[in-house]
Design a protein around this ligand. Structure first.
Ligand code: NOJ
Length: 507
């Protein structure tokens, strides 16, 4: 495990919407630099920046046109280098977003690959043999190119799949992983990683990491591929961190990733807790924690000692947290997150409870667009996000009367912002709460949620009651209360936990 990860708390930045320093209505790298001290003040010591590479932005930058160039709207490669330096000066770290599964249709490799005449990039993407023959169970771009074939897509139809080969080739156009085309794609991806690592970034969040090898239901081929990447990194950049968008930590950590996100799709059930209507952490809950706990326990058993499971407060692909749980519920969700093992990720703006907006699609965001609005810094023009006229902004700001902002919360000790700060400070001060400790669930459904964290000789009991009713929990585990939200007391052999309350007890 890379040492700094043991105590890392990440902050995810959607660069479009964070802070605009040149008045064009869109965030930039210089804006991130200027807000590093703020991020550090929350207690976050690491960043994940959504793709900031040259792109036509049909999927907000997840459609890369040039992997080696910062998108001009965010700045230059020199600005990126400056950002890495400023991050490190503050003893922080930064991960870029690597999109290895697909490019934009505007990428030069794809333009070359779409030509009839054979060239260096002919096999950089996956093409069927001709436009007339194709399977109906995969999505294709068809009939737009000189080349006689259909290009396989990985996500939107502007995102052709890069060719890393097929674990089990079944059709004549499906190339094995060790064919020259797939091998060249992988070597190029490693060159791209080396380029940014050499410049000073600390690693990558890897987009759709499990999607690279096709016909690979058991993910055997893709595991081999990532072992190859890890061996390369271990030799040249042993400190380079990889976190996967995979959602099956027992697979991804075996493939060589340090950490994996629980995702809003798949089997993890973590959205049941605070990211769905009727979520367990909401006052009017209809969902329980049991399914999450069962899956989480099995993930923890299967990944013991291999890396971290990451629980995000939200991300750029989800409706914001504040849409599902009220203010007290959000504070409890943070108390839960900051007392769980693994590496926590805070989505920009969740620390001040920014609202989800109903907005029309921007840059392929669709429903996600409403979670990508400008960061609200203060109550001045455009909430201090940009000096541009409102119509020029990347997305409109929150029109609601009580729209939250950083400045208004700074001096209120009970604000969401200061609650998050307190919780991160407590996490950092107590070994049992840190990323590597163990967790034992003492309840596995219903209210309260009770678990024991243990690490480096310290034991902390966490009690969380997100429900609208007070509850009791019988136990003889007593000790010093180091955190309390709402009311939690111990009497006659039981904890009495008020409605929407939580406590951390050092045993
Ligand atoms: C996952 C990213 O988080 C999402 O924003 C993007 O649209 C898809 N992958 C495609 O790259």
């Amino acid at each position: 495990m890379v040492k700094w990860l043991e105590n890392a708390v990440f902050y995810e930045i959607y660069p479009q919407s964070f802070y605009d320093t040149n008045g064009d209505g869109i965030g930039d790298l210089q804006g991130i630099i200027e807000k590093l001290d703020y991020i550090k003040s929350i207690g976050c010591n690491a960043l994940w920046i959504n793709p900031c590479f040259d792109s036509p932005f049909q999927d907000a930058g997840y459609d890369v046109r040039d992997y080696y160039k910062i998108a001009p709207r965010y700045g230059t490669n020199d600005d990126a280098k400056h950002l890495f330096d400023e991050v490190h000066k503050r003893d922080m770290h930064v991960l870029l977003d690597l999109v290895p599964g697909h490019t934009s249709i505007e990428h030069e490799w794809f333009k070359q690959s779409a030509k009839a005449e054979k060239n260096e990039y002919t096999d950089r993407f996956i093409w069927t043999s001709n436009v007339w023959q194709y399977p109906t169970n995969i999505r294709l771009i068809s009939g737009l190119f000189e080349r006689d074939g259909n290009a396989v897509i990985n996500f939107f139809s502007s995102q052709p799949a890069l060719n890393y080969g097929y674990y089990e080739p079944r059709a004549e156009w499906e190339q094995p992983m060790d064919a020259p085309g797939p091998k060249a794609t992988l070597e190029e991806m490693k060159r791209i990683m080396a380029f940014w690592l050499d410049m000073g970034c600390d690693g990558f969040r890897v987009d759709m990491a499990a999607s690279l090898v096709k016909n690979d239901e058991q993910r055997i081929g893709v595991t081999k591929l990532w072992h190859n990447v890890r061996a390369f990194l271990d030799e040249k950049f042993p400190q380079a961190v990889l976190v996967s968008e995979w959602g099956e930590p027992h697979e991804s950590l075996n493939a060589g990733f340090h950490m994996d996100f629980l995702l809003h799709f798949g089997e993890s059930h973590y959205t049941n807790l605070y990211h769905e209507k009727g979520a367990y952490f909401s006052k009017d809950a209809t969902l329980d924690s049991a399914a999450f706990i069962k899956t989480y326990k099995s993930y923890m058993e299967k990944t013991a000692g291999k890396g971290y499971i990451c629980l995000p407060t939200g991300n750029h692909d989800m409706v914001r947290l504040s849409n599902f749980v009220d203010a007290a519920g959000q504070k409890l969700a943070f108390a839960f997150q900051m007392s769980m093992p693994g590496c926590p990720f805070i989505y920009y703006g969740d620390e001040i409870a920014m609202n989800y907006q109903q907005l029309v699609n921007k840059e392929g965001g669709y429903f996600r667009t409403g979670s990508r609005t400008p960061m609200q810094w203060n109550n001045e023009k455009n909430f201090g996000f940009s000096s541009a006229e409102a119509e020029m902004l990347y997305l409109p700001t929150d029109p609601s009367e009580n729209a939250p902002c950083v400045a208004a919360q700074e001096n209120d000790p009970d604000s969401m912002l200061n609650t998050v700060r307190d919780l991160i400070a407590i996490r950092k001060a107590n070994p049992a709460l840190q990323n590597g400790g163990s967790v034992t669930f003492l309840t596995e459904g219903g209210y309260p949620l009770v678990y024991l964290r243990e690490n480096a000789g310290q034991r902390i009991l966490v009690l969380v009651n997100p429900s609208a009713d007070a509850v009791t929990y019988k136990t003889d585990l007593v000790g010093e209360k180091i955190y309390e939200f709402g009311t939690v007391s111990y009497e006659n052999g039981a904890y009495h936990i008020g409605a929407q309350s939580a406590a951390f007890i050092v045993l």
